[in-house]
Design a protein around this ligand. Structure first.
Ligand SMILES: *Cc1c(COP(=O)(O)O)cnc(C)c1O
Length: 395
């Protein structure tokens, strides 16, 4: 049987068996509508409340501030569009960064077509938002700052506390896309000055198609989906009860296991990075070397195409991701890799590997060995590499 080494946990994760188990009864025996008044529906309503409480506890907040959504993308859309609408009288300026997920970037671009002005902040070579630029970008008309907690491609963790403080000082709302950070890093919304936070179930070993938006009490925010009275009338539609129960359980387990998991993943991450850097010349690590997600490894290999590398890794049973947007029909390297200043040709040779607690050191050895062989093979076919070697030999 072909070996499978799954190293694409930033794309999605395996749902934990305990999470599936918690969800199952809500598809079958306990199927009532949480809005119904009879006794039969009471345990359904209670399960939704328990999930909301479990999630609120992980962020140090109240259950009333957690709103369930259909995932991270919806939470990002809601936070940004509804805040823009609710605060339109105060101003029309939004600050974000160049390295946000498309759920944030494309939402901001949409708002630009509807009378809003958006500043896309540069990041440094490690992918860290420049705080002095952020402060300079603030105008009297700024109503919202939306900066991701940690980047999904290069793993860099942003200076959230400092951004929260700057936003608070100027009376500006602060939203963070924490889809990659939630469940992996400790987050206290009060300590960090976060007004809105997006998270997603399937990035934390929970189900797909369910997530939440945290909205601080007192933030004026409009309903996103109009209809019934669910989610305090702000997000109508019969609740995805099994999904919500699964998300709650996944959030709880993620919080309980966070410290140990982060330690294990960081060790594996560092081991893999060391192995690959030792074996493969002309390789760089993308993203901040220490302020990064415990499970994120991102390389750029000179003289090769990330897409070819991915296909050959797949033939060895290794699932990873490249830094280009080929799947979306474009050959441009990712906006994140370009924003950290990588030239096109180097950005094209990028590979993202995102680990889980289930990976082993032995797997990392296998992966490093596979990368070494494949990169050597691809470079041998590369005219660029040939030229480079010739030039160096002549020196
Ligand atoms: C995956 C991801 C999203 C989208 O979440 P979905 O639940 O898949 O819609 C948004 N932001 C970041 C940073 C992500 O990694």
């Amino acid at each position: 049987m072909k070996r499978l080494i799954y190293l694409d946990n930033a794309a999605t994760t395996k749902t934990r068996p305990q999470v599936v188990e918690a969800m199952l009864p809500y598809f079958s025996e306990i199927y009532g509508n949480p809005s119904s008044v009879y006794d039969f529906a009471a345990p359904v309503k209670e399960a939704v409340t328990a999930a909301r409480e479990a999630i609120a506890a992980t962020l140090g907040t109240r259950k009333e501030d957690i709103y369930f959504t259909a995932g991270g993308t919806e939470a990002d859309n809601w936070a940004i569009k509804a805040a823009a609408e609710a605060y339109r009288e105060k101003g029309n300026h939004i600050i974000t960064s160049r390295i946000e997920h498309h759920a944030v970037l494309h939402t901001c671009q949409y708002l630009e077509k509807h009378g809003f002005e958006v500043t896309y902040l540069d990041v440094d070579e490690n992918g860290v938002v420049k705080l002095d630029e952020l402060k300079k970008a603030i105008r009297p008309s700024t109503i919202l700052i939306s900066i991701m907690f940690a980047n999904n491609e290069i793993g860099t963790i942003e200076p959230i506390r400092e951004i929260g403080a700057a936003a608070k000082e100027h009376g500006i709302l602060f939203h963070t896309d924490a889809v990659q950070a939630y469940g992996h890093l400790p987050i206290s919304v009060d300590e960090l000055g976060i007004d809105m936070l997006s998270a997603s179930g399937h990035k934390i070993n929970g189900p797909k198609g369910v997530g939440f938006l945290y909205i601080r009490k007192g933030v004026k925010i409009r309903s996103f989906i109009h209809g019934g009275a669910q989610e305090r009338k702000r997000r109508a539609g019969t609740e995805n009860v099994p999904g919500i129960v699964g998300l709650g359980r996944a959030a709880q387990i993620a919080a309980e296991t966070m410290e140990e998991r982060a330690k294990k993943e960081t060790e594996l991450r560092e081991y893999l990075i060391r192995q690959v850097l030792d074996r493969v010349p002309y390789t760089r690590v993308n993203g901040h070397r220490t302020d990064r997600l415990p499970n994120n490894v991102s390389f750029a290999f000179q003289f090769i195409e990330g897409e070819s590398l991915l296909i050959l890794l797949d033939s060895k049973g290794i699932c990873g991701s490249s830094g280009s947007a080929c799947t979306s029909g474009s050959l441009d390297p990712s906006h994140v890799l370009l924003a950290i200043g990588l030239p096109h040709e180097i950005a094209h040779g990028s590979l993202r590997l995102t680990l889980s607690e289930e990976n082993t050191k032995e797997e990392m050895d296998y992966v490093a060995q596979a990368i070494e062989e494949i990169v050597a093979r691809l470079r041998n076919m590369s005219p660029l590499y040939e030229d480079f070697i010739k030039k160096n030999a002549c020196r």
